[in-house]
Design a protein around this ligand. Structure first.
Ligand code: PEP
Length: 241
C-alpha cells in the first residue's frame, strides 16, 4: 500500500503561493518520482485553482465539511461541493476545529457520513490533551473519541492520531506509544479504518520513525507542509522506512 502523506495548510497561502508550491512539488516529482500518495488540503478558496495540478500522485482534500448536503448554513462548505471540486478526501474533527468551533464527536460522525455519501474519504482526527496524557487517561479518551466520531459510518475512512500537545509544538511521542494507541483504538472499533495516519510536529528528520513499524501507513503534516521541498522530503522518507 502506498504511504498516504497529507498536507494540511490550515489558513495559509494565497493563490500565487499555492501555485508556486504545487509547481515546485510537480518539479520534484518529475526529477525523482515518489511512490507516496500525497493529499493537499488547502483553504477552500484555493481548491479551484489547484484542481488542474492534481492527479493520482497528489489529490485534493477539504479541511472540513458540513453534515448536511445543502442548506442555509452561512460560511460553511458542503461535501457535495468538495466532491464537485474533485476532492477525494476531507479532514474532519481536527483539534483546532474541535477547540475553536466547538465540534463534538457526534457532529464529526455526521460530517463523515455526509462525506462518504458524496464519495469522499473522511480523514477523522482524534487526539488527547496534555492533561489527559499526564493523568493516564489518554487511551480511554481516544477510544471514546474514535468510537463516537465514527458512529454510523460504513465505508472507507482514514483515522489520524494527532496528540494535541504534539501539534505545532516540536514535541513528539515515542513511536512505540503511537503504535500502542493505534492498536488499542483499532481493537475497540466495530468498523476499522482503512489506515492510520500520525500527525503532530512531523519533519523530514522524524517522519520515518512514525511509519517504521508498518502500523501507520502515512502522516498528516501541518507546519512542514507549507514548504514544498520539506513536504516532498517527508513523503520520500516514508517510502523508504
Ligand atoms: C496538524 O495540525 O494537523 C499538524 C499535524 O500540525 P503540525 O505538523 O504543524 O504539528
Amino acid at each position: 500500500m502506498r504511504p498516504l502523506i497529507v498536507a494540511n495548510w490550515k489558513m495559509h497561502k494565497n493563490r500565487a503561493q499555492a501555485i508556486e508550491w504545487v509547481c515546485q512539488l510537480t518539479h520534484l516529482h518529475k526529477q525523482q518520482p515518489t511512490a507516496a500518495r500525497m493529499v493537499l488540503c488547502p483553504p477552500f478558496a484555493l481548491l479551484e485553482i489547484l484542481r488542474p495540478f492534481c492527479d493520482e500522485t497528489i489529490a485534493l482534500g477539504g479541511q472540513d465539511c458540513h453534515p448536511e448536503e445543502e442548506g442555509a448554513y452561512t460560511g460553511d462548505t458542503s461535501a457535495m461541493l468538495l466532491a464537485d471540486l474533485d476532492c477525494r478526501f476531507v479532514v474532519l474533527g481536527h483539534s483546532e476545529r474541535r477547540a475553536a468551533h466547538h465540534e463534538n464527536n457526534e457532529q464529526v460522525a455526521r460530517k463523515a457520513q455526509q462525506a462518504q455519501k458524496q464519495g469522499l474519504c473522511p480523514i477523522i482526527c482524534i487526539g488527547e490533551t496534555r492533561k489527559q496524557r499526564d493523568s493516564g487517561h489518554a487511551l480511554d479518551a481516544l477510544k471514546q473519541q474514535a468510537q463516537e466520531s465514527t458512529h454510523g459510518i460504513s465505508g472507507n475512512y482514514v483515522m489520524a492520531y494527532e496528540p494535541i500537545w504534539a501539534i505545532g509544538s516540536g514535541t513528539t511521542p515515542q513511536p512505540q506509544d503511537i503504535d500502542d494507541v493505534a492498536q488499542a483504538v483499532n481493537a475497540h472499533l466495530n468498523h476499522q479504518p482503512a489506515t492510520f495516519l500520525y500527525g503532530g510536529s512531523v519533519t523530514d528528520k522524524n517522519a520515518r520513525d512514525f511509519v517504521a513499524s508498518g502500523i501507520y501507513r502515512g502522516l498528516l503534516v501541518g507546519g512542514q507542509s507549507l514548504d514544498a521541498q520539506r513536504f516532498y522530503a517527508i513523503a520520500q522518507a516514508c517510502c523508504n522506512p
